[in-house]
Write a protein that binds this ligand. Structure first.
Ligand SMILES: *Cc1c(COP(=O)(O)O)cnc(C)c1O
Length: 406
């Protein structure tokens, strides 16, 4: 693959007003016009490079949007106040009342709740399918279907979607393929693999410092402009606009995304291998034992690895809770939801980020109560981390007879 997203992001240069190496931050909600005529033309969308009001666009948000478009290799990108702000705008832009969505059954809890519960208001229904079963995906498509939606690497079970195949299928039915690529920025270039619209929660790896909430939609210029339309754009009218100061700080963090992703992946790969040797039930796409390993290997950008997320199953919720509390006391990470932080974060998805999914459905999906999701941090000495985690597991009797793998 000759497209190098990380190089494209690095090559974007915007200078500040006084020659600063970072672009100036647009510290205004509204913009003056020299003539009344230009203001009217801007409202009509007939002027380029003119700003009107910051809910529509602002220079700082456009800079971050351009970096996101480079990340995915799309024509354009809009940024939003959260990942859910981006996802809800896309869905409401594409669907009218009574429409239908085909969606992977393993997705982020918030997205699941939006599709399953909230959209009932508009009589928009969703068929949740096994996204790795193309026949099942195709059978779910009806005359009312408006999109096929999935996550490139799913939350929390790390299922890998075959994006080229799904794209082919979606095209056959003239449907857009919408992909949430939050778990695998740089590792998977979703748009290059055939996604028509890529959504991201910037809150996670892309910002990487767990200090804000933000999102993005990467797509064609036509779709991005439609979202911003003053008359019927879901982005413009639902109002989930990102603040300019935040957009500027996220852009600065994005400059180091390639280094961070490599380190998160390297550390997660190491721990997954060791845990597997210890006889634990580990799920990590970088392990050959993982169901999606081949699919991911085919479509990934290898230098960025298989990502920073892994799960282990320790048998019961009580055991999961005891282990997480002990690891936190030993300073190995934080018992917290979210991902992409420098420090390892762990949580039990069944009772936190996926609690929106009813218990019976969780069981069907293989989302067991003893499951712990790890977002592996940027630890400098991951072997030392492994030994300390191993010792926590031994203390709780999770590993009984397995000595640490040195
Ligand atoms: C966190 C997350 C979201 C939601 O993003 P917010 O920024 O919290 O609104 C959507 N999809 C995935 C895969 C996520 O992990």
């Amino acid at each position: 693959m000759d497209y190098k997203a990380s190089d494209e992001i690095q090559s974007l240069q915007y200078f500040g007003e006084f020659g600063g190496v970072n672009p100036s931050i647009s510290d205004s909600s509204t913009y003056t016009f020299l003539s009344a005529k230009t203001m009217f033309d801007t409202f009509e969308g007939n002027t380029e490079g003119c700003y009107l009001y910051s809910r529509h666009s602002s220079p700082s948000n456009l800079y971050l949007g351009e970096a996101m478009a480079q990340l995915e290799g799309t024509e354009s990108a809009n940024v939003y106040a959260s990942g859910m702000g981006a996802i809800s705008a896309v869905i409401l832009q594409l669907c009218d009342a009574g429409d239908h969505i085909v969606c992977s059954r393993t997705i982020y809890g918030g997205t699941y709740a939006l599709l399953k519960n909230f959209l009932k208001k508009f009589n928009i229904t969703t068929s949740f399918v096994d996204i790795t079963n193309l026949e099942q995906v195709e059978q779910a498509i009806t005359s009312k279907t408006k999109m096929v939606y999935c996550e490139a690497v799913s939350n929390p079970l790390l299922e890998v979607a075959d994006l080229p195949q799904l794209s082919k299928l979606a095209k056959k039915h003239q449907l857009p393929l919408v992909v949430d690529n939050t778990f695998s920025p740089l590792s998977i270039s979703a748009a290059k693999l055939g996604a028509d619209i890529v959504v991201h929660s910037l809150t996670k790896f892309i910002n990487g410092s767990s200090d804000c909430v933000a999102g993005a939609v990467c797509a064609s210029t036509e779709f991005c402009l439609a979202l911003k339309d003053v008359n019927d754009g879901a982005g413009m009218l639902l109002g989930s606009t990102l603040d300019s100061l935040r957009a500027a700080s996220i852009l600065k963090n994005m400059r180091t995304l390639h280094i961070r992703v490599k380190k998160h992946s390297e550390n997660a790969q190491y721990l997954a291998k060791q845990f597997q040797k210890d006889g634990l039930k580990v799920v990590y796409p970088g392990l050959e034992s993982h169901q999606g390993h081949k699919t991911m290997s085919k479509q990934m950008n290898p230098e960025f690895g298989f990502g920073g997320l892994l799960t282990i199953d320790v048998g019961s919720l009580d055991m999961a809770n005891a282990l997480m509390e002990l690891m936190q006391r030993e300073k190995l990470g934080y018992l917290a939801v979210s991902l992409g932080f420098y420090k390892t974060l762990f949580s039990a998805p069944g009772t936190s980020t996926s609690s929106e999914i009813p218990m019976e459905e969780q069981e069907e999906l293989g989302l067991s109560q003893g499951l712990i999701r790890f977002s592996i941090g940027l630890d400098n000495d991951i072997h030392r981390t492994y030994l300390a985690m191993h010792s926590c597991m031994e203390k709780l009797g999770i590993l009984e007879s397995n000595p640490a793998m040195v």
